[in-house]
Design a binder for this molecule. Structure first.
Ligand code: BGC
Length: 928
């Protein structure tokens, strides 16, 4: 039953009612004012959505405050909706959302569409309409806890939470976050971040869960269930393909519909189905050329239609895309307005000039008010602005933080180690440990327990001489902070052979912590000091390793980052490696709990750690400023590495334990709900521990080709004592088995043989079972969405190689000359290995810009790779020389975002020169 509007005219009252299905039965309205009650009844028969007007005469108290209970009764239904009137106005409740909107003026509707700023560092509030009982709701970030201007609780970041593979832990943590929000009067937590970790360099990966859509979706669903169990709404963000921070407001992800649906949207489907989130935030970027908040097909048809999302959709803060288009597309709220009155006026003008219809705006308001009506704001009295049960919450941060840590290496049982040992604790991050990444996802905390403090709390003894090296140590600088260039690594302490040898004499073991700041608005780069160790770190690892091994003592490395780092060049120098991630404000205690064995590590990687950036499927095309081509298509993360047999450093689902688990009795049973997979897991080692069990499927190639393995279920065991067993299960439904066949716009299950497998990681498959699906099954027909704006030559099994490991860049940090440069954009930045810095020059009439690199000696050159930010002259020549006097033009090129120019020549100097006047802006020129 839908209450559309009501009108009271003197003592007469009319109510408009409709039903989404045909209805015949009785309607009654029960009016109450103090002790007085009046009832009006009617027998009605209406078709779906037909309006019925219930007219009630001679109700004498309609100018006072009163309530009406409207009941519809038929053979199968009996439903009552409650309307409260104050001063003649219906008050907002979940029953009266449409009525409230019908009462609003156009100005009020425009104002409700535009979110306004909020105090205390919260992100936004909504417009209030007092006479209709519409309160404001408060929204705040997200995702690792409540972000306001005072300390709250710093929970583990998204990646650490996902690395637990523990739905219950996720829900427990986010219920606490919900409670924190209630303490601060926050109605919607702007989280979880659930973009796919497509690229290991994405600066916001720490906020996200995984490279896998199933794991992402499940984690997001349980994040939602936890927070919303406290009455606090969540916001799934950022919808969708917001997979790089570089040029995030403008870049367009170019992605096939199949990959969009199977990889990038699928997690939302799970989260909406299982969690029923209150809100969703669209992304900043464009998707196949269309600004995310303007992508009507993805918002209205897919999210609200196919997935059944019933809350409201908001834009990201200050996102591009016309407000009129947002309204017409189903993006219900615009956020981040610098001047809400001005923006509301823009909407009003769009309404007046018929760019949008009142019905479209009404729909936005209804969606917003449906969330307002179910929010805590409806009943809020006082706000304490405090965190309750902090001790209990911190204990959970500590436990879940430890459960999300991943033991990557543990040679000859280096770990666990007994407390009381004397440790030489190296690395800035041991003393200034990061608990979280930066930007909207940063949570202010009263205190971060550093690794040093955690070890001290666990009764380890720390070498004072080593510790004194770090008295004035600085945090690892962010890559964007050019003055603190991490390649120069001026902040990491130099650990000479002498220091290391001395430490090895005086201590039982050494620990070195490596950290990277990570943040919203900036991506990482495949350079020293970022993805790779900087020189001082590399030197320290080498010297400590040698000295301690010589002394027969162990060397442990801790990794305190939100993203993978390059490890293949140094991992063998460590005896044990623990990925401590960004696991919240108790990070030091959680670390110590793992090192001592108080907690047996059970975290596993929710995303692959590749051997090198060049091994990742889109490394040649990242980051990009205008178009970001998703060549990897459905082969994201482990789907790529397993299918194309690319070796990795640590695979998806990988993580060691101090005990061993055996898998037996793997069964597949077909039931009405789907295929129930079950396996018996036995702790066959000596210590109690938990195991994250993973279920995969290999689908037969048919209309579509499929990755080697896809995750279709997972289960985290409880703590199993030595020799204890448990049977864990996962139910595989159509949703996991289906694939999207774009030409027919349908989700279908291919016919043929399917292999289900169970494993401890994507590479550690323990058992398999086959089933056959005799006939293709069409699960759902939909509508094609988000057409590609250009051809996209994606990776397929027949066309596997998109990225090439070019080898050593001969131009790196070599001498360069250029025709000119803007201030701060010197030519040297095009050969510094960073995609952040660039050489750029403002074009003036008649000038053809040029750029030369001197390789130092005449060398073999196989190719030159140029990554542009822009090139207004469109075409350029490549010239070479041995003496910089005589030049040979060897190629004429047309500008592309990435130009790979095959040469096969010898030369000392390489020059590019524009064919027309204009400017260049070049991230990097590499010579191989
Ligand atoms: C971020 C969102 C965040 C919003 C409000 C934006 O810049 O992308 O994730 O929720 O700001 O702080």
């Amino acid at each position: 039953m839908i209450l559309n509007y009501s009108r009271a005219d003197g003592e007469n009252y009319t109510l408009s009612i409709s039903f989404s299905d045909p209805f015949w039965g009785e309607i009654s309205a029960n009016f109450k004012h103090g002790e007085i009650t009046r009832t009006v009844k009617a027998d009605i028969s209406v078709s779906a959505n037909e309006e019925f007007l219930l007219s009630c005469q001679n109700i004498e108290f309609l100018s006072d405050d009163y309530t009406v209970d409207v009941t519809c009764k038929s053979k199968d239904i009996s439903k009552t909706k409650h309307i409260k009137y104050i001063s003649g106005y219906p008050q907002l409740s979940s029953d009266t959302v449409k009525m409230a909107v019908a009462e609003m003026t156009a100005e009020e509707k425009c104002a409700l569409f535009v979110a306004r700023g909020a105090e205390r560092h919260m992100a936004a509030t909504t417009f209030v309409v007092e006479r209709l009982g519409i309160p404001t709701i408060y929204m705040a970030d997200g995702p690792a806890g409540l972000r306001v201007d005072v300390p709250t609780v710093g929970y583990p970041s998204g990646t650490t939470l996902a690395n637990t593979w523990d739905r219950d832990a996720m829900q427990k943590v986010t219920a606490f976050m919900g409670d924190d929000c209630n303490g601060f009067g926050v109605d919607v937590l702007l989280a979880p971040g659930m973009n796919i970790q497509k690229n290991i360099l994405n600066g916001r990966n720490f906020e996200y869960f995984s490279e896998d859509p199933y794991l992402t979706g499940m984690m997001a669903a349980h994040y939602t269930l936890g927070a919303q169990s406290e009455g606090v709404g969540v916001c799934l963000k950022h919808y969708s393909t917001n997979n790089q921070e570089s040029s995030r407001m403008t870049v367009s992800s170019v992605v096939t519909e199949r990959a969009l649906r199977e990889i990038y949207l699928k997690g939302y489907d799970y989260a909406v189905e299982k969690g029923a989130p209150y809100t969703v935030m669209t992304a900043y970027n464009r998707i196949n050329g269309v600004c995310a908040p303007n992508a009507k097909d993805l918002i209205t048809d897919v999210l609200k239609g196919e997935f059944g999302f019933d809350g409201f959709v908001m834009s990201d803060w200050g996102a591009h895309g016309g407000k009129d288009m947002m309204i017409a597309s189903g993006n219900d709220m615009y956020c981040g307005s610098p001047d809400p009155a001005v923006d509301a006026n823009i909407v009003k003008e769009a309404l007046t000039s018929d760019k949008i219809t009142e019905k479209q705006l009404d729909l936005c308001c209804e969606n917003i008010l449906s969330v307002v009506a179910r929010s805590q704001a409806m009943n809020r009295t006082e706000i304490s602005y405090t965190i309750s049960n902090k001790e209990e919450k911190l204990q959970t941060v500590r436990e879940v933080g430890a459960d999300g840590m991943v033991l990557m290496k543990n040679d000859i049982d280096t770990l666990p180690m007994s407390t009381g040992k004397k440790i030489a604790l190296f690395g800035n991050a041991s003393y200034t440990t990061e608990h979280c990444g930066y930007g909207a996802g940063y949570v202010i905390v009263s205190h971060v327990v550093t690794v040093k403090e955690g070890l001290e709390n666990a009764d380890f003894r720390l070498d004072g001489d080593v510790a004194s090296l770090y008295t004035d140590c600085k945090r690892h600088p962010h890559i964007l902070n050019q003055e603190a260039n991490p390649t120069d690594d001026q902040f990491e302490i130099v650990i000479t052979e002498d220091i290391a040898q001395n430490a090895a004499k005086n201590n039982d073991c050494a620990i070195f912590t490596i950290s990277r700041m990570t943040m919203e608005g900036a991506d990482h780069t495949d350079i020293k000091g970022d993805l790779r160790l900087n020189d001082r770190e590399a030197e320290a690892v080498k010297n400590i390793s040698r000295a301690f091994r010589k002394a027969g003592k162990k060397f442990i490395v801790l990794i305190n980052t939100g993203n993978p780092i390059e490890m293949s060049s140094w991992a063998d120098m460590a005896d044990a490696i623990l990925y401590i991630g960004l696991s919240g404000e108790q990070i030091g205690n959680s670390t110590a709990d793992i090192l001592t064995g108080k907690v047996n590590p059970s975290g596993k990687l929710a995303s692959t750690w590749p051997l090198a950036f060049a091994d990742t499927p889109c490394s040649d095309h990242y980051p990009n400023s205008e178009w970001c081509f998703y060549y990897d298509d459905i082969y994201v993360g482990y789907r790529y590495y397993t299918t194309f047999d690319i070796p990795t450093m640590y695979e998806f689902g990988y993580g060691l334990s101090y005990t061993k688990f055996d898998y037996t009795d793997f069964n597949v049973n077909k039931t009405d709900e789907g295929y129930v997979l079950s396996v018996k897991v036995t702790n066959s080692g000596k210590l109690a521990g938990r195991e994250a069990v993973q279920f995969y499927v290999s689908k037969p190639d048919g209309k579509n080709e499929h990755p080697m393995l896809e995750l279709v279920g997972f289960a985290k065991t409880p703590l199993l004592a030595s020799q204890d067993s448990i049977v864990v299960t996962a139910t595989v439904t159509d949703k996991e088995l289906m694939t999207y066949f774009t030409p027919d716009a349908q989700w279908m299950i291919e016919q043929g043989e399917y292999t289900f497998s169970v494993g401890a990681s994507v590479k550690d498959i323990r058992m398999t079972q086959k089933i056959v699906i005799e006939k293709e099954i069409v699960v759902r027909r939909v509508k094609n969405v988000s057409p590609l704006p250009m051809e996209l030559d994606t990776i397929t099994k027949k066309n596997p190689k998109r990225c090439v490991d070019h080898g050593v860049n001969l131009a790196l940090e070599k001498t360069v000359y250029a025709s000119g440069a803007e201030e701060g954009f010197d030519a040297i930045y095009a050969v510094d290995g960073s995609h952040y810095t660039r050489w750029s020059a403002i074009g003036t009439q008649g000038e053809h810009y040029w750029f030369t690199v001197d390789l130092g000696e005449t060398t073999d050159i196989s190719k030159v790779v140029l990554r542009w930010e822009s090139n207004s002259s469109g075409q350029f020549d490549v010239m070479i020389s041995d003496d910089s006097i005589e030049w040979n033009k060897i190629k004429e090129c047309k500008y592309e975002p990435v130009n790979t120019i095959e040469l096969g020549i010898t030369a000392r100097y390489v020059k590019i020169i524009g064919k027309a006047e204009g400017f260049f802006s070049l991230y990097e020129l590499a010579v191989y």
